[in-house]
Design a protein around this ligand. Structure first.
Ligand SMILES: [Zn+2]
Length: 133
């Protein structure tokens, strides 16, 4: 027998919550997902997000806790941590980073970032200028 290429169609049954990438196994989970989506507040506009990123990054680099910054922004400390991580990831991007001037050490650690805050605050300023915030 000679090998032949075939196509087999399979059917997948799932509960839809309105998000393309979601395939829920039960109606209850899909309903809970929809409920969760409805409760979620919409993402603020880009300018507001950029301002929040710059503000959060500066405050955390200055030594404030995620919780304290979150209280002032009306969001959770965990969310501030996410925003801070994203902002620092962007600040470390090679397109914005002068490789020869990076301070020695592990720049993925908060301790390192705070010890070299002048450098990282300049990086944040570069982004603030770029974004116009
Ligand atoms: Zn869903």
């Amino acid at each position: 027998m000679k090998a032949s290429k075939r196509t087999k169609w399979i059917e997948i049954e799932y509960w839809d919550c309105g998000i393309d990438s979601h395939t829920h196994r039960t109606e209850a989970v899909a309903s809970a997902c929809i409920e969760k989506q409805e409760k979620r507040s919409p993402l603020p506009d880009k300018k507001t997000r950029y301002k929040r990123q710059v503000y959060a990054a500066r405050r955390v680099l200055e030594g404030d806790t995620f919780t304290k910054v979150g209280k002032d922004l009306g969001i959770s400390g965990g969310r501030v941590s996410q925003i801070f991580d994203k902002t620092m990831r962007m600040a470390r991007h090679p397109s914005r980073l002068d490789v020869d001037t990076i301070p020695e050490g592990n720049y993925w650690e908060l301790k390192h970032l705070r010890e070299n805050k002048e450098f990282w605050l300049r990086q944040i300023q570069k982004m603030a200028d770029l974004w116009g915030v």
